[in-house]
Design a protein around this ligand. Structure first.
Ligand SMILES: *Cc1c(COP(=O)(O)O)cnc(C)c1O
Length: 231
């Protein structure tokens, strides 16, 4: 098995090449290392190899790792389905919550952010493939959700996130990425401060290059960095 450092070098090269193809500055694309099920010691190795953003799917698992890896300067993002009863703790643990997909969750996160007196950055998750099995707001509900979350003083909406259908050929995912980009553009047109609404979290190990070509600013990569996950 190749080391995390080697995998990271390969991924950085792939990011650079994808950016070159569409004339983007590679510093616009930030790599989130998805560390769900990866033990803390391996995550530490990753941080030492240069990873700075970690993405976790489960609050409790993340909490343990964050505690163990304190002081290394990593920033933790939440990318999983968030239950409202975990909103309070998630608001305290994470720098960015990618998966706000309903008003009730936004309301809970806002309550906590207001209590502590520091705004929380969030993305709105969109169920762009309209899949039953996936979280995310329906595309037709995104504007209403955006208006609601924008009205909450404790939350700052930074952009959108999607987990499009898994399709073997990443080219087939391109239309979904494109749709996300267009959706963000439309929201920006109606936003009070469009410059604050600029993030697109999309693209995983098998399709991140296409996501970058379509405007991703955060890519979320697990397997290509840490290897296959143990089930
Ligand atoms: C697991 C996961 C990823 C990473 O997937 P890989 O295919 O391992 O890169 C990205 N985003 C979300 C939301 C995930 O749950």
């Amino acid at each position: 098995m190749s080391s995390i450092a080697e995998n990271l070098a390969v991924i950085r090269e792939r990011i650079n090449r994808a950016c070159l193809r569409v004339n983007r500055d590679p510093t616009e694309v930030r790599l989130i290392a998805v560390s769900k099920t990866v033990p803390a010691e391996r995550v530490r190795e990753g941080i030492q190899a240069g990873l700075t953003l970690l993405g976790e799917n489960y609050v409790q698992e993340a909490q343990e790792k964050i505690t163990q890896l304190q002081g290394l300067g990593a920033s933790w993002h939440f990318i999983g389905h968030l239950q409202s009863n975990k909103a309070r703790i998630a608001a305290d643990l994470f720098d960015l919550i990618h998966t706000v997909d309903r008003k009730s969750l936004a309301k809970e996160l806002n309550r906590r952010a207001q209590q502590r007196g520091r705004p929380l950055d969030v993305l709105l998750q969109v169920n762009v493939g309209e899949e039953e099995s996936k979280g995310g707001a329906a595309t037709e509900d995104v504007v209403a959700l955006f208006n609601y979350v924008s009205s909450l003083d404790g939350l700052a909406v930074r952009g959108l996130m999607a987990l499009p259908p898994y399709l073997e050929d990443p080219e087939q995912v391109r239309p979904y990425f494109k749709e996300m980009r267009q959706m963000l553009e439309r929201l920006r047109q109606g936003a009070a401060r469009p410059e604050d609404l600029s993030e697109l979290s999309m693209g995983m190990s098998h399709d991140f290059e296409v996501a970058i070509e379509e405007g991703a600013t955060f890519i979320r990569v697990g397997t290509a960095l840490f290897g296959e996950r143990r089930k």
